[in-house]
Design a protein around this ligand. Structure first.
Ligand code: ZN
Length: 59
């Protein structure tokens, strides 16, 4: 396997990780929740409605 010739400095490593996380966050598609109108990621249940559902199921 190819081996890196030099150790990547803490700074360089962190820069790479930070930019990767930033790109991931940017790629989220935001929509509004049909129940409460909050901003949520597409095809994901929103936090508020999730807790509401859990409470409703318990009662
Ligand atoms: Zn909601």
């Amino acid at each position: 396997m190819a081996t890196p010739k030099k150790k990547i400095s803490r700074s360089r490593r962190n820069m790479r990780r930070f930019s990767a996380a930033y790109k991931l966050e940017e790629s989220f598609t935001l929509t509004s929740c049909p129940e409460c109108g909050d901003q949520i990621r597409a095809h994901r249940i929103c936090g508020k409605c999730l807790t509401k559902g859990v409470v409703a199921r318990k009662a």
